[in-house]
Design a protein around this ligand. Sequence first.
Ligand SMILES: [Zn+2]
Length: 141
Amino acid sequence: MSEIRERLERETELGASIGDGWWPFVEAAATLLDAAYPGWKSGQIKEKFAGLRFYITPAPWPEEKVRENNPHAREEDLERWEKEWYAAQNAIADSAERACSGVCENCGKPGEVKGDGWIHTKCDECAAGREQRREEMWANA
Ligand SMILES: [Zn+2]
């Protein structure tokens, strides 16, 4: 298991519980966030309605430092930069969510939304394995 996944599983405030197939996308987004926005925090990583949900608490806006580096910045620019600072971090997390659509949560191969009632994104192979396990469970009950 990668170091970053271990950290996210340990530190995500409300838990990180997704299949192996989606982790590379979350790891990629977290790597970008670490590089550009140190201090961000992972809030929750989960599957919902067959899609990835990656909720973060963005790193706080370093207003003092920005003012120091840009002594002539206008207030309206500072306000805009602050908004963009937060939006950019959320966009990175959102990009992982979008990238996972159509990817098997289990193995990372191309997949599609399957199931009725409890839906999930799986490839045919993993979906078949799931059916098989369910049948075995009933057979052993
Ligand atoms: Zn699969």
